[in-house]
Design a protein around this ligand. Structure first.
Ligand code: ADP
Ligand code: ADP
Length: 228
């Protein structure tokens, strides 16, 4: 579903943010992406989402080689990818409905279709009763769930999350992770970037660890004492 083959990313100015990274995240697989601040996590997610271009190496998303994707096809490939941000990036002057409907507006769905899909997405995250609220009328955890509903409203086969629990307490973080597990169970590939090692250690999932742009570990997370 997501495949990196010897990928490098050098930023203009010469910073080598991703160094010879190779991995394969299969359809329906869930994994964490970790590493200290500046290790390259955001850059790796941006490469997947076509928000940055690799300097060399190959990236395959849902069977497409990104180096062969023409400019006009980029929106089509992006439709396969739902993205969740730490700061959820909701439009504060628009209702929950409008925020979740945004990817559908871009894809050109009818209003009736939108209503059905937005309701289904909000139902999945348990917020159908807030459909007409403004984001600021919701709690932090609820706002994050609206961001998740927006990311999944198109039913993308790939879900990326950049520090999705960064602003939440442990209880709400666990709730958000439970949602990711539910999507994962219906065959969505999920990649979650986080430096919350406690969270990762509690979950027995594949963990990709970056250090200074290099993939130094790919497997079950081990803490400093070598325990799972
Ligand atoms: P992380 O998400 O793990 O904190 P990033 O991917 O954001 O790491 O950054 C990796 C490295 O690349 C950092 O040293 C950062 O300063 C650098 N970097 C990120 N974006 C850019 C950019 N647009 N131009 C130049 N350097 C960048
Ligand atoms: P985010 O991680 O929120 O997506 P960026 O990827 O733009 O934001 O930035 C990540 C890190 O890279 C930050 O530490 C930022 O200061 C640094 N960075 C961003 N752009 C540049 C740049 N042009 N040159 C050097 N460092 C950069």
């Amino acid at each position: 579903m997501i495949r990196f083959d010897h990928v490098n990313k050098l930023y203009p100015g010469g910073h080598h943010a991703i160094k010879d990274v190779s991995f394969h995240l299969q359809k329906g697989e869930m994994g964490f992406l970790t590493g200290h601040s500046g290790a390259g996590k955001s850059t790796l997610l941006k490469l997947i989402a076509l928000l940055a271009k690799p300097t060399n190496g190959q990236i395959f998303i849902n069977g497409h080689s990104l180096s062969r994707v023409k400019k006009q096809q980029i929106p089509l490939v992006r439709r396969d990818i739902g993205i969740i941000f730490q700061d959820h990036r909701l439009l504060t002057d628009r209702s929950v409905f409008d925020n979740v409907a945004l990817p559908l507006v871009i894809a050109g769905h009818s209003h009736k279709e939108m209503k059905r899909k937005v309701s289904a997405a909000l139902d999945k995250v348990g917020l159908l009763n807030k459909i007409n609220n403004l984001p600021l009328q919701l709690s932090g955890g609820e706002q994050q769930r609206v961001g998740i509903a927006r990311a999944i409203v198109n039913k993308p086969p790939i879900l990326l999350a950049d520090e999705p629990t960064g602003n939440l307490d442990p209880e709400l973080s666990a709730e958000i992770l439970k949602l990711f597990e539910e999507f994962n169970r219906v065959d969505v590939a999920v990649l979650i970037a986080t430096h919350d090692l406690g969270l990762i250690a509690r979950m027995k999932y594949r963990t990709l660890t970056l250090r200074n742009g290099q993939l130094i570990n790919d497997g079950l997370f081990q803490d400093d004492r070598g325990q799972l």
